[in-house]
Ligand binder design. Structure first.
Ligand code: FAD
Ligand code: NAP
Length: 543
Protein backbone atom coordinates (compact mmCIF):
# COMPACT_ATOMS: atom_id res chain seq x y z
CA UNK A 1 0.00 0.00 0.00
CA UNK A 2 1.36 3.48 -0.91
CA UNK A 3 1.44 6.39 1.50
CA UNK A 4 -1.14 9.13 0.87
CA UNK A 5 0.61 11.81 -1.22
CA UNK A 6 1.32 14.94 0.78
CA UNK A 7 0.60 18.44 -0.63
CA UNK A 8 3.65 20.54 -1.53
CA UNK A 9 5.14 22.14 1.58
CA UNK A 10 7.66 24.94 2.15
CA UNK A 11 11.31 23.98 2.38
CA UNK A 12 12.51 23.99 5.98
CA UNK A 13 15.65 21.98 5.33
CA UNK A 14 18.63 23.75 3.78
CA UNK A 15 20.29 22.11 0.78
CA UNK A 16 23.52 21.85 2.78
CA UNK A 17 21.89 19.71 5.49
CA UNK A 18 23.17 16.12 5.42
CA UNK A 19 20.03 14.44 4.09
CA UNK A 20 19.03 12.65 0.93
CA UNK A 21 16.26 14.22 -1.22
CA UNK A 22 13.87 11.62 0.17
CA UNK A 23 14.79 12.45 3.77
CA UNK A 24 14.57 16.19 2.98
CA UNK A 25 11.06 15.79 1.54
CA UNK A 26 9.94 13.75 4.50
CA UNK A 27 11.42 16.21 7.01
CA UNK A 28 9.87 19.17 5.24
CA UNK A 29 6.52 17.41 5.60
CA UNK A 30 7.17 16.72 9.26
CA UNK A 31 8.19 20.28 10.11
CA UNK A 32 5.27 21.68 8.12
CA UNK A 33 3.04 19.53 10.29
CA UNK A 34 4.78 20.57 13.50
CA UNK A 35 4.88 24.29 12.79
CA UNK A 36 1.68 24.73 10.81
CA UNK A 37 1.79 25.53 7.11
CA UNK A 38 0.63 29.09 7.58
CA UNK A 39 3.54 29.91 9.90
CA UNK A 40 6.28 32.05 8.43
CA UNK A 41 9.51 30.13 8.74
CA UNK A 42 13.08 30.49 7.70
CA UNK A 43 15.27 27.55 6.80
CA UNK A 44 16.73 25.75 9.78
CA UNK A 45 20.48 25.56 10.09
CA UNK A 46 22.13 22.20 9.58
CA UNK A 47 22.95 22.13 13.26
CA UNK A 48 19.35 22.87 14.27
CA UNK A 49 18.00 20.15 12.02
CA UNK A 50 20.62 17.75 13.23
CA UNK A 51 19.80 18.66 16.83
CA UNK A 52 16.11 17.96 16.23
CA UNK A 53 16.32 14.87 14.09
CA UNK A 54 18.02 12.24 16.25
CA UNK A 55 15.99 13.42 19.23
CA UNK A 56 12.93 12.55 17.21
CA UNK A 57 14.30 9.53 15.39
CA UNK A 58 15.00 6.97 18.01
CA UNK A 59 16.69 8.80 20.82
CA UNK A 60 13.39 10.04 22.22
CA UNK A 61 13.51 7.66 25.14
CA UNK A 62 17.24 7.91 25.94
CA UNK A 63 18.15 9.46 29.30
CA UNK A 64 20.10 12.73 29.43
CA UNK A 65 23.63 12.22 30.77
CA UNK A 66 24.92 13.76 33.96
CA UNK A 67 27.72 16.30 33.48
CA UNK A 68 31.00 14.42 32.98
CA UNK A 69 29.22 11.12 32.53
CA UNK A 70 31.16 8.78 30.27
CA UNK A 71 29.20 5.66 30.96
CA UNK A 72 25.99 5.88 28.96
CA UNK A 73 25.01 6.47 25.40
CA UNK A 74 22.81 9.53 25.59
CA UNK A 75 21.61 9.14 21.99
CA UNK A 76 23.07 12.56 21.28
CA UNK A 77 22.76 13.94 17.74
CA UNK A 78 26.51 14.14 17.27
CA UNK A 79 26.64 10.34 17.05
CA UNK A 80 24.91 10.51 13.64
CA UNK A 81 27.33 8.97 11.07
CA UNK A 82 25.90 11.12 8.25
CA UNK A 83 26.75 14.40 10.03
CA UNK A 84 30.02 16.10 9.01
CA UNK A 85 32.66 16.28 11.75
CA UNK A 86 32.59 20.11 12.14
CA UNK A 87 28.83 19.94 12.79
CA UNK A 88 29.27 17.12 15.29
CA UNK A 89 31.97 19.07 17.14
CA UNK A 90 29.82 22.23 17.14
CA UNK A 91 26.90 20.38 18.71
CA UNK A 92 29.14 18.85 21.35
CA UNK A 93 31.19 21.99 22.07
CA UNK A 94 29.77 22.63 25.55
CA UNK A 95 30.04 19.02 26.61
CA UNK A 96 32.70 17.44 28.85
CA UNK A 97 35.87 16.26 27.11
CA UNK A 98 34.93 12.54 26.97
CA UNK A 99 31.76 13.51 25.09
CA UNK A 100 33.72 15.69 22.65
CA UNK A 101 36.21 12.87 22.11
CA UNK A 102 33.26 10.65 21.30
CA UNK A 103 31.73 13.25 18.98
CA UNK A 104 34.93 13.12 16.90
CA UNK A 105 34.35 9.43 16.17
CA UNK A 106 32.69 8.91 12.83
CA UNK A 107 30.29 6.06 13.34
CA UNK A 108 28.94 5.02 16.64
CA UNK A 109 30.02 1.58 17.82
CA UNK A 110 31.14 0.08 14.50
CA UNK A 111 33.54 -1.91 16.68
CA UNK A 112 36.56 -1.76 14.36
CA UNK A 113 38.78 -0.02 16.93
CA UNK A 114 38.13 -2.90 19.35
CA UNK A 115 36.06 -0.74 21.70
CA UNK A 116 32.66 0.83 21.52
CA UNK A 117 32.93 4.63 21.07
CA UNK A 118 32.09 5.35 24.68
CA UNK A 119 34.87 3.08 25.96
CA UNK A 120 37.39 4.35 23.39
CA UNK A 121 36.65 7.94 24.50
CA UNK A 122 36.90 6.94 28.16
CA UNK A 123 40.21 5.15 27.52
CA UNK A 124 41.62 8.20 25.72
CA UNK A 125 40.37 10.46 28.48
CA UNK A 126 42.08 8.40 31.18
CA UNK A 127 45.11 8.06 28.89
CA UNK A 128 45.06 4.28 29.26
CA UNK A 129 44.81 4.33 25.45
CA UNK A 130 47.18 6.58 23.52
CA UNK A 131 46.53 5.43 19.94
CA UNK A 132 44.60 8.26 18.30
CA UNK A 133 44.26 6.64 14.87
CA UNK A 134 42.05 3.65 15.62
CA UNK A 135 38.77 5.03 14.22
CA UNK A 136 38.56 3.44 10.75
CA UNK A 137 35.41 5.24 9.50
CA UNK A 138 36.72 8.60 10.76
CA UNK A 139 40.17 8.19 9.18
CA UNK A 140 42.52 11.16 9.17
CA UNK A 141 39.82 13.68 10.06
CA UNK A 142 38.96 11.93 13.31
CA UNK A 143 42.63 11.28 14.13
CA UNK A 144 43.37 15.01 13.73
CA UNK A 145 40.49 16.05 15.96
CA UNK A 146 41.40 13.46 18.61
CA UNK A 147 44.98 14.78 18.55
CA UNK A 148 43.71 18.31 19.13
CA UNK A 149 41.44 17.21 21.99
CA UNK A 150 44.17 15.03 23.46
CA UNK A 151 46.48 18.06 23.60
CA UNK A 152 43.76 19.87 25.53
CA UNK A 153 43.70 16.98 27.97
CA UNK A 154 47.47 17.01 28.37
CA UNK A 155 47.76 20.79 28.73
CA UNK A 156 44.88 21.36 31.17
CA UNK A 157 44.41 18.24 33.27
CA UNK A 158 42.94 20.21 36.15
CA UNK A 159 40.17 21.62 33.96
CA UNK A 160 38.56 18.26 33.25
CA UNK A 161 36.61 15.85 35.38
CA UNK A 162 38.58 13.24 37.33
CA UNK A 163 39.41 10.18 35.22
CA UNK A 164 37.05 7.25 35.28
CA UNK A 165 38.54 3.80 34.87
CA UNK A 166 38.50 2.70 31.25
CA UNK A 167 36.87 -0.56 30.31
CA UNK A 168 39.83 -2.83 29.57
CA UNK A 169 40.15 -4.06 26.01
CA UNK A 170 39.01 -7.68 26.22
CA UNK A 171 42.14 -9.53 25.22
CA UNK A 172 42.37 -12.54 27.47
CA UNK A 173 40.71 -15.03 25.14
CA UNK A 174 42.34 -16.12 21.91
CA UNK A 175 40.50 -14.91 18.84
CA UNK A 176 38.01 -12.82 20.82
CA UNK A 177 39.46 -9.39 20.08
CA UNK A 178 41.65 -7.58 17.59
CA UNK A 179 44.42 -7.60 20.20
CA UNK A 180 44.45 -11.38 20.32
CA UNK A 181 43.75 -12.85 16.87
CA UNK A 182 44.12 -16.51 15.89
CA UNK A 183 45.10 -18.21 12.64
CA UNK A 184 42.27 -19.75 10.64
CA UNK A 185 42.39 -21.37 7.19
CA UNK A 186 40.96 -19.63 4.15
CA UNK A 187 38.82 -22.19 2.32
CA UNK A 188 37.20 -20.64 -0.75
CA UNK A 189 35.57 -17.71 -2.47
CA UNK A 190 32.57 -17.74 -4.81
CA UNK A 191 31.33 -14.80 -6.84
CA UNK A 192 27.74 -13.92 -5.95
CA UNK A 193 27.12 -11.63 -8.93
CA UNK A 194 26.50 -12.98 -12.40
CA UNK A 195 28.61 -11.88 -15.40
CA UNK A 196 27.47 -8.40 -16.48
CA UNK A 197 27.08 -7.05 -12.95
CA UNK A 198 28.74 -3.78 -11.98
CA UNK A 199 29.48 -5.24 -8.55
CA UNK A 200 32.00 -7.81 -7.33
CA UNK A 201 30.70 -9.47 -4.20
CA UNK A 202 32.20 -12.66 -2.80
CA UNK A 203 30.87 -15.42 -0.62
CA UNK A 204 33.87 -16.37 1.52
CA UNK A 205 34.31 -19.55 3.57
CA UNK A 206 36.88 -19.85 6.37
CA UNK A 207 37.70 -23.02 8.32
CA UNK A 208 37.74 -22.62 12.10
CA UNK A 209 38.58 -26.27 12.83
CA UNK A 210 42.11 -25.46 14.07
CA UNK A 211 40.80 -22.75 16.39
CA UNK A 212 38.63 -22.80 19.48
CA UNK A 213 36.46 -20.11 17.96
CA UNK A 214 32.72 -20.10 18.04
CA UNK A 215 30.26 -17.33 17.28
CA UNK A 216 26.59 -16.41 17.42
CA UNK A 217 24.59 -15.23 14.44
CA UNK A 218 24.70 -11.42 14.47
CA UNK A 219 28.41 -11.33 15.41
CA UNK A 220 31.04 -9.89 13.10
CA UNK A 221 34.33 -11.40 12.02
CA UNK A 222 37.62 -9.48 12.06
CA UNK A 223 40.23 -10.07 9.35
CA UNK A 224 43.83 -8.86 9.31
CA UNK A 225 44.62 -8.27 5.63
CA UNK A 226 47.95 -8.04 3.81
CA UNK A 227 48.66 -5.20 1.40
CA UNK A 228 48.73 -5.83 -2.34
CA UNK A 229 52.32 -6.97 -3.19
CA UNK A 230 52.31 -4.81 -6.37
CA UNK A 231 51.57 -1.74 -4.27
CA UNK A 232 54.27 -2.70 -1.77
CA UNK A 233 56.83 -3.02 -4.59
CA UNK A 234 55.78 0.35 -6.02
CA UNK A 235 56.26 2.00 -2.61
CA UNK A 236 59.67 0.32 -2.17
CA UNK A 237 60.68 1.62 -5.61
CA UNK A 238 59.41 5.12 -4.80
CA UNK A 239 61.57 5.41 -1.68
CA UNK A 240 64.42 3.52 -3.35
CA UNK A 241 65.09 1.49 -0.20
CA UNK A 242 66.38 -2.09 0.09
CA UNK A 243 63.41 -4.45 0.63
CA UNK A 244 65.37 -6.48 3.18
CA UNK A 245 66.26 -3.45 5.33
CA UNK A 246 65.63 -4.68 8.91
CA UNK A 247 62.78 -3.06 10.83
CA UNK A 248 62.58 -4.75 14.26
CA UNK A 249 62.29 -8.46 13.55
CA UNK A 250 60.80 -7.90 10.08
CA UNK A 251 62.19 -6.70 6.79
CA UNK A 252 61.00 -3.43 5.27
CA UNK A 253 59.01 -5.37 2.66
CA UNK A 254 57.30 -7.48 5.34
CA UNK A 255 56.51 -4.40 7.39
CA UNK A 256 54.97 -2.71 4.33
CA UNK A 257 52.98 -5.86 3.60
CA UNK A 258 51.62 -6.72 7.03
CA UNK A 259 52.27 -3.79 9.36
CA UNK A 260 51.63 -0.45 7.66
CA UNK A 261 48.57 1.10 6.07
CA UNK A 262 49.29 2.27 2.53
CA UNK A 263 45.91 3.94 2.10
CA UNK A 264 45.36 7.61 3.07
CA UNK A 265 48.77 9.25 3.53
CA UNK A 266 48.90 10.24 7.22
CA UNK A 267 49.82 13.74 8.44
CA UNK A 268 53.02 12.31 9.94
CA UNK A 269 54.25 11.27 6.50
CA UNK A 270 53.90 14.84 5.22
CA UNK A 271 55.60 16.14 8.37
CA UNK A 272 58.48 13.75 7.71
CA UNK A 273 58.66 14.87 4.08
CA UNK A 274 58.70 18.52 5.20
CA UNK A 275 61.84 17.80 7.28
CA UNK A 276 63.74 16.32 4.34
CA UNK A 277 62.74 18.71 1.54
CA UNK A 278 63.20 22.42 1.02
CA UNK A 279 61.61 25.48 -0.54
CA UNK A 280 58.13 25.20 -2.02
CA UNK A 281 58.06 21.41 -1.56
CA UNK A 282 58.74 21.85 2.15
CA UNK A 283 55.94 24.44 2.50
CA UNK A 284 53.47 22.18 0.69
CA UNK A 285 54.39 19.18 2.78
CA UNK A 286 54.04 21.28 5.95
CA UNK A 287 50.58 22.45 4.89
CA UNK A 288 49.46 18.93 4.02
CA UNK A 289 50.76 17.69 7.38
CA UNK A 290 48.63 20.31 9.11
CA UNK A 291 45.46 19.27 7.30
CA UNK A 292 45.78 21.83 4.46
CA UNK A 293 45.19 21.16 0.78
CA UNK A 294 47.53 23.42 -1.23
CA UNK A 295 46.90 21.73 -4.61
CA UNK A 296 43.33 20.49 -4.10
CA UNK A 297 44.40 16.85 -4.27
CA UNK A 298 44.84 15.97 -0.57
CA UNK A 299 41.88 13.57 -0.47
CA UNK A 300 43.37 11.51 -3.32
CA UNK A 301 46.80 11.05 -1.73
CA UNK A 302 47.43 7.53 -0.58
CA UNK A 303 51.00 6.71 0.50
CA UNK A 304 52.22 5.98 -3.04
CA UNK A 305 50.55 9.09 -4.50
CA UNK A 306 52.13 11.20 -1.73
CA UNK A 307 55.59 9.78 -2.49
CA UNK A 308 55.05 10.43 -6.20
CA UNK A 309 53.90 13.99 -5.49
CA UNK A 310 57.21 14.63 -3.69
CA UNK A 311 59.14 12.46 -6.12
CA UNK A 312 62.65 11.45 -5.24
CA UNK A 313 62.18 11.95 -1.51
CA UNK A 314 64.34 9.35 0.18
CA UNK A 315 63.16 9.03 3.78
CA UNK A 316 65.08 6.77 6.11
CA UNK A 317 63.18 3.42 5.98
CA UNK A 318 62.72 3.26 9.75
CA UNK A 319 61.49 6.87 9.97
CA UNK A 320 59.22 6.18 6.98
CA UNK A 321 57.58 3.18 8.68
CA UNK A 322 57.17 5.19 11.90
CA UNK A 323 55.37 7.90 9.95
CA UNK A 324 52.77 5.47 8.56
CA UNK A 325 49.56 4.38 10.28
CA UNK A 326 49.28 0.76 11.38
CA UNK A 327 47.39 -1.57 9.06
CA UNK A 328 44.09 -2.19 10.82
CA UNK A 329 41.82 -5.23 10.70
CA UNK A 330 38.39 -4.95 9.00
CA UNK A 331 35.08 -6.34 10.24
CA UNK A 332 32.54 -8.35 8.23
CA UNK A 333 29.05 -9.44 9.30
CA UNK A 334 28.97 -13.21 9.64
CA UNK A 335 26.65 -14.78 7.05
CA UNK A 336 26.58 -18.36 8.37
CA UNK A 337 25.32 -20.25 11.42
CA UNK A 338 27.50 -22.74 13.26
CA UNK A 339 24.39 -24.89 13.63
CA UNK A 340 24.24 -25.51 9.88
CA UNK A 341 27.97 -24.99 9.09
CA UNK A 342 29.89 -26.48 12.03
CA UNK A 343 33.54 -25.40 12.21
CA UNK A 344 33.11 -22.74 9.51
CA UNK A 345 32.37 -19.10 9.11
CA UNK A 346 31.04 -17.43 5.95
CA UNK A 347 31.26 -13.77 4.94
CA UNK A 348 29.67 -11.73 2.14
CA UNK A 349 32.25 -9.23 0.91
CA UNK A 350 31.94 -6.44 -1.63
CA UNK A 351 35.33 -5.85 -3.30
CA UNK A 352 36.16 -2.13 -3.22
CA UNK A 353 37.89 -1.12 -6.49
CA UNK A 354 38.04 2.33 -8.06
CA UNK A 355 40.38 4.53 -10.10
CA UNK A 356 42.05 7.77 -9.06
CA UNK A 357 44.16 9.64 -11.63
CA UNK A 358 44.20 6.55 -13.86
CA UNK A 359 45.71 4.38 -11.11
CA UNK A 360 43.54 1.48 -9.87
CA UNK A 361 42.99 1.61 -6.14
CA UNK A 362 41.90 -1.46 -4.20
CA UNK A 363 40.28 -1.65 -0.78
CA UNK A 364 42.94 -3.51 1.17
CA UNK A 365 40.88 -6.15 2.97
CA UNK A 366 37.98 -6.69 0.57
CA UNK A 367 40.37 -7.36 -2.33
CA UNK A 368 42.62 -9.48 -0.09
CA UNK A 369 39.59 -11.72 0.53
CA UNK A 370 38.26 -11.25 -3.00
CA UNK A 371 41.51 -12.08 -4.81
CA UNK A 372 44.87 -12.32 -3.09
CA UNK A 373 44.44 -14.92 -0.36
CA UNK A 374 44.51 -18.53 -1.62
CA UNK A 375 42.69 -21.65 -0.39
CA UNK A 376 44.75 -23.23 2.40
CA UNK A 377 46.39 -19.94 3.43
CA UNK A 378 46.38 -19.07 7.12
CA UNK A 379 44.83 -15.71 7.98
CA UNK A 380 44.71 -13.79 11.27
CA UNK A 381 41.11 -13.48 12.48
CA UNK A 382 38.93 -12.80 15.51
CA UNK A 383 35.25 -12.77 16.45
CA UNK A 384 33.72 -9.43 17.40
CA UNK A 385 30.68 -10.06 19.59
CA UNK A 386 27.63 -8.10 18.51
CA UNK A 387 26.18 -5.56 20.86
CA UNK A 388 22.41 -5.42 20.47
CA UNK A 389 22.24 -7.36 17.21
CA UNK A 390 20.84 -10.83 17.85
CA UNK A 391 17.85 -13.03 17.15
CA UNK A 392 15.03 -12.71 19.68
CA UNK A 393 15.33 -15.11 22.61
CA UNK A 394 11.89 -16.56 21.82
CA UNK A 395 12.12 -18.51 18.53
CA UNK A 396 8.40 -17.89 17.94
CA UNK A 397 8.91 -14.11 17.66
CA UNK A 398 8.36 -12.78 14.12
CA UNK A 399 11.37 -11.05 12.57
CA UNK A 400 11.58 -8.42 9.82
CA UNK A 401 15.03 -8.14 8.18
CA UNK A 402 16.08 -5.29 5.89
CA UNK A 403 19.42 -5.90 4.17
CA UNK A 404 20.18 -4.49 0.72
CA UNK A 405 23.53 -5.36 -0.88
CA UNK A 406 25.99 -6.95 1.53
CA UNK A 407 23.51 -5.99 4.27
CA UNK A 408 21.90 -9.37 3.60
CA UNK A 409 24.86 -11.14 5.26
CA UNK A 410 23.63 -11.47 8.86
CA UNK A 411 20.12 -12.32 7.65
CA UNK A 412 21.36 -15.35 5.74
CA UNK A 413 22.88 -16.36 9.08
CA UNK A 414 19.62 -15.66 10.96
CA UNK A 415 17.65 -17.77 8.47
CA UNK A 416 20.12 -20.67 8.62
CA UNK A 417 19.98 -20.56 12.42
CA UNK A 418 16.17 -20.45 12.53
CA UNK A 419 16.03 -23.32 10.05
CA UNK A 420 18.46 -25.39 12.14
CA UNK A 421 16.49 -24.92 15.36
CA UNK A 422 13.11 -25.25 13.59
CA UNK A 423 12.06 -21.89 14.99
CA UNK A 424 8.32 -21.40 14.49
CA UNK A 425 8.49 -17.58 14.21
CA UNK A 426 7.67 -16.01 10.81
CA UNK A 427 10.57 -14.45 8.85
CA UNK A 428 10.30 -11.53 6.40
CA UNK A 429 13.34 -10.44 4.37
CA UNK A 430 13.65 -7.19 2.42
CA UNK A 431 16.56 -7.51 0.00
CA UNK A 432 17.56 -5.15 -2.75
CA UNK A 433 20.40 -4.52 -5.12
CA UNK A 434 21.17 -3.08 -8.52
CA UNK A 435 19.79 -5.61 -11.02
CA UNK A 436 17.64 -8.72 -10.53
CA UNK A 437 19.42 -10.67 -13.28
CA UNK A 438 22.93 -10.18 -11.86
CA UNK A 439 22.82 -9.19 -8.22
CA UNK A 440 20.35 -11.54 -6.53
CA UNK A 441 22.68 -12.99 -3.89
CA UNK A 442 21.80 -16.47 -2.58
CA UNK A 443 18.79 -16.64 -4.93
CA UNK A 444 18.52 -20.45 -4.96
CA UNK A 445 18.84 -20.64 -1.18
CA UNK A 446 16.16 -18.04 -0.62
CA UNK A 447 13.88 -19.69 -3.19
CA UNK A 448 14.25 -23.00 -1.35
CA UNK A 449 13.54 -21.27 1.97
CA UNK A 450 10.43 -19.72 0.48
CA UNK A 451 9.29 -23.09 -0.85
CA UNK A 452 9.83 -24.75 2.52
CA UNK A 453 7.89 -22.02 4.29
CA UNK A 454 10.89 -20.85 6.36
CA UNK A 455 10.99 -17.52 4.55
CA UNK A 456 7.44 -16.29 5.09
CA UNK A 457 7.87 -13.17 2.94
CA UNK A 458 10.62 -12.03 0.56
CA UNK A 459 10.32 -8.45 -0.73
CA UNK A 460 12.77 -7.45 -3.45
CA UNK A 461 13.84 -3.98 -4.65
CA UNK A 462 15.97 -3.59 -7.79
CA UNK A 463 17.41 -0.12 -8.13
CA UNK A 464 18.67 -0.33 -11.72
CA UNK A 465 16.11 -2.59 -13.44
CA UNK A 466 14.06 0.43 -14.54
CA UNK A 467 14.48 4.18 -14.89
CA UNK A 468 12.93 4.62 -11.50
CA UNK A 469 15.10 3.82 -8.45
CA UNK A 470 13.33 1.20 -6.38
CA UNK A 471 14.86 0.79 -2.93
CA UNK A 472 13.94 -1.42 0.04
CA UNK A 473 12.19 1.53 1.71
CA UNK A 474 9.74 1.69 -1.22
CA UNK A 475 8.82 -1.94 -0.60
CA UNK A 476 8.52 -1.21 3.13
CA UNK A 477 6.00 1.57 2.49
CA UNK A 478 4.08 -0.56 -0.03
CA UNK A 479 3.74 -3.36 2.51
CA UNK A 480 2.96 -0.94 5.35
CA UNK A 481 -0.35 -2.39 6.50
CA UNK A 482 0.97 -5.93 6.81
CA UNK A 483 4.24 -4.74 8.34
CA UNK A 484 2.33 -2.84 10.99
CA UNK A 485 0.40 -5.97 11.88
CA UNK A 486 3.71 -7.86 12.28
CA UNK A 487 5.07 -5.05 14.48
CA UNK A 488 1.84 -5.08 16.47
CA UNK A 489 2.34 -8.84 16.93
CA UNK A 490 5.73 -8.18 18.55
CA UNK A 491 8.05 -8.53 15.54
CA UNK A 492 11.70 -7.56 15.93
CA UNK A 493 13.08 -5.37 13.12
CA UNK A 494 16.69 -5.59 11.88
CA UNK A 495 18.51 -3.30 9.44
CA UNK A 496 21.96 -4.03 8.00
CA UNK A 497 24.14 -2.36 5.32
CA UNK A 498 25.05 1.17 4.30
CA UNK A 499 25.06 3.55 7.28
CA UNK A 500 25.24 6.82 5.45
CA UNK A 501 22.05 6.80 3.43
CA UNK A 502 20.12 3.54 3.47
CA UNK A 503 19.81 3.10 7.24
CA UNK A 504 18.33 6.57 7.73
CA UNK A 505 15.94 6.24 4.81
CA UNK A 506 14.72 2.86 6.06
CA UNK A 507 14.17 4.28 9.53
CA UNK A 508 12.10 7.09 8.06
CA UNK A 509 10.05 4.53 6.10
CA UNK A 510 9.28 2.60 9.28
CA UNK A 511 8.18 5.82 11.00
CA UNK A 512 5.86 6.43 8.04
CA UNK A 513 4.45 2.90 8.35
CA UNK A 514 3.84 3.32 12.08
CA UNK A 515 2.15 6.68 11.49
CA UNK A 516 0.03 5.58 8.52
CA UNK A 517 -1.09 2.18 9.80
CA UNK A 518 -0.70 2.42 13.57
CA UNK A 519 -2.88 5.53 13.76
CA UNK A 520 -0.09 7.70 15.21
CA UNK A 521 0.85 11.31 14.52
CA UNK A 522 4.33 11.66 12.96
CA UNK A 523 5.86 12.70 16.29
CA UNK A 524 4.17 9.84 18.16
CA UNK A 525 5.30 7.44 15.44
CA UNK A 526 8.87 8.55 16.09
CA UNK A 527 8.38 7.93 19.77
CA UNK A 528 7.06 4.45 19.00
CA UNK A 529 10.18 3.78 16.92
CA UNK A 530 12.30 5.13 19.80
CA UNK A 531 10.56 2.70 22.15
CA UNK A 532 11.16 -0.18 19.73
CA UNK A 533 14.86 0.73 19.73
CA UNK A 534 15.01 1.06 23.50
CA UNK A 535 13.35 -2.37 23.82
CA UNK A 536 15.87 -3.93 21.39
CA UNK A 537 13.09 -4.49 18.88
CA UNK A 538 14.73 -2.27 16.23
CA UNK A 539 18.36 -3.28 15.86
CA UNK A 540 20.96 -2.15 13.35
CA UNK A 541 24.31 -3.39 12.06
CA UNK A 542 25.42 -0.62 9.71
CA UNK A 543 28.74 0.44 8.22
C1 FAD B 1 30.36 -4.04 11.81
C2 FAD B 1 30.75 -4.02 10.36
C3 FAD B 1 30.30 -5.00 9.51
C4 FAD B 1 30.66 -4.97 8.16
N1 FAD B 1 30.18 -5.96 7.35
C5 FAD B 1 30.51 -5.96 6.05
C6 FAD B 1 30.03 -6.99 5.18
O1 FAD B 1 29.29 -7.89 5.60
N2 FAD B 1 30.41 -6.95 3.89
C7 FAD B 1 31.20 -5.96 3.38
O2 FAD B 1 31.53 -6.00 2.19
N3 FAD B 1 31.67 -4.98 4.18
C8 FAD B 1 31.36 -4.97 5.49
N4 FAD B 1 31.86 -3.99 6.32
C9 FAD B 1 32.79 -2.99 5.74
C10 FAD B 1 34.23 -3.56 5.84
O3 FAD B 1 34.65 -3.62 7.19
C11 FAD B 1 35.25 -2.69 5.11
O4 FAD B 1 35.12 -1.36 5.54
C12 FAD B 1 35.11 -2.75 3.61
O5 FAD B 1 35.31 -4.08 3.13
C13 FAD B 1 36.18 -1.86 2.95
O6 FAD B 1 37.43 -2.24 3.45
P1 FAD B 1 38.73 -2.36 2.53
O7 FAD B 1 39.89 -2.63 3.43
O8 FAD B 1 38.49 -3.28 1.41
O9 FAD B 1 38.82 -0.92 1.91
P2 FAD B 1 39.76 0.27 2.40
O10 FAD B 1 41.17 0.02 2.04
O11 FAD B 1 39.43 0.57 3.81
O12 FAD B 1 39.21 1.37 1.44
C14 FAD B 1 37.88 1.84 1.61
C15 FAD B 1 37.96 3.33 1.45
O13 FAD B 1 38.23 3.60 0.08
C16 FAD B 1 37.64 4.82 -0.29
N5 FAD B 1 36.77 4.58 -1.45
C17 FAD B 1 35.95 3.55 -1.66
N6 FAD B 1 35.33 3.66 -2.83
C18 FAD B 1 35.80 4.81 -3.39
C19 FAD B 1 35.53 5.49 -4.59
N7 FAD B 1 34.70 5.00 -5.49
N8 FAD B 1 36.19 6.65 -4.82
C20 FAD B 1 37.07 7.17 -3.92
N9 FAD B 1 37.33 6.56 -2.74
C21 FAD B 1 36.71 5.41 -2.49
C22 FAD B 1 36.82 5.30 0.87
O14 FAD B 1 37.59 6.24 1.57
C23 FAD B 1 36.65 4.06 1.72
O15 FAD B 1 36.52 4.36 3.08
C24 FAD B 1 31.49 -3.97 7.66
C25 FAD B 1 31.96 -2.97 8.53
C26 FAD B 1 31.59 -2.99 9.86
C27 FAD B 1 32.10 -1.91 10.76
N1 NAP C 1 30.14 5.93 0.92
C1 NAP C 1 29.15 5.71 0.10
O1 NAP C 1 28.67 6.60 -0.54
C2 NAP C 1 28.62 4.31 -0.03
C3 NAP C 1 27.44 4.08 -0.71
C4 NAP C 1 26.99 2.76 -0.84
C5 NAP C 1 27.70 1.73 -0.29
N2 NAP C 1 28.83 2.02 0.37
C6 NAP C 1 29.61 0.97 0.93
O2 NAP C 1 29.91 0.04 -0.09
C7 NAP C 1 30.00 -1.23 0.47
C8 NAP C 1 29.22 -2.27 -0.27
O3 NAP C 1 28.00 -1.85 -0.59
P1 NAP C 1 27.01 -3.01 -1.02
O4 NAP C 1 27.64 -3.86 -2.02
O5 NAP C 1 26.49 -3.63 0.22
O6 NAP C 1 25.82 -2.32 -1.74
P2 NAP C 1 25.39 -0.83 -1.88
O7 NAP C 1 26.32 -0.14 -2.78
O8 NAP C 1 25.09 -0.29 -0.54
O9 NAP C 1 24.01 -0.99 -2.72
C9 NAP C 1 22.99 -1.93 -2.40
C10 NAP C 1 21.67 -1.43 -2.94
O10 NAP C 1 21.23 -0.33 -2.14
C11 NAP C 1 20.81 0.69 -3.02
N3 NAP C 1 20.79 1.99 -2.36
C12 NAP C 1 21.53 3.08 -2.65
N4 NAP C 1 21.14 4.12 -1.87
C13 NAP C 1 20.14 3.65 -1.10
C14 NAP C 1 19.32 4.26 -0.13
N5 NAP C 1 19.47 5.53 0.23
N6 NAP C 1 18.39 3.51 0.47
C15 NAP C 1 18.23 2.21 0.14
N7 NAP C 1 18.96 1.59 -0.80
C16 NAP C 1 19.92 2.31 -1.41
C17 NAP C 1 21.73 0.58 -4.19
O11 NAP C 1 21.17 1.25 -5.30
P3 NAP C 1 21.96 2.18 -6.33
O12 NAP C 1 23.43 1.94 -6.14
O13 NAP C 1 21.47 1.75 -7.67
O14 NAP C 1 21.53 3.58 -6.02
C18 NAP C 1 21.76 -0.92 -4.37
O15 NAP C 1 20.62 -1.35 -5.06
C19 NAP C 1 29.57 -1.09 1.90
O16 NAP C 1 30.73 -1.04 2.67
C20 NAP C 1 28.84 0.24 1.94
O17 NAP C 1 28.91 0.87 3.20
C21 NAP C 1 29.32 3.27 0.50
Amino acid sequence: MSMTPRPPVPSFIPESAPFTPEQRTWLNGLFAGLFGLEESVTALSTAEVARLLPGLLGAATAPAPAEGDTEIDDGAPWHDPAMPLPDRMKLAEDRPLPRRLMAAMAQQDCGQCGYNCNDYSAALFTQSETRLNLCVPGGKETARMLKQLYQELESAPAAVAPPTPATPVPGALLGRSRDNPVNATFLSRRLLNKPGSQKETWHIDIDLADTDLDYAVGDSFGIFPANDPDLVEAVLAAIDAPPDFPIGNRTLREELTYGASLSPAPDMLFELISYITGGERKQKAKLLGAGGDPDGDAAALDVLAALNKFHRVRPDPEAFIEALDPLQPRLYSISSSLKSSPGRVSLTVDAVRYDVDKRARHGVCSTFLGGRVAPGDKIKVYVQKAQHFALPADPATPIIMVGPGTGVAPFRAFLHERQAIAAPGPNWLFFGHQRSAYDFFYEEEFDAMRASGLLTRLSLAWSRDSNEKIYVQHRIREAGRELWSWIDDGAHIYVCGDALRMAKDVEVAFVDVIAAHGGHSPTDAMKVLGELKAGDRYQTDVY
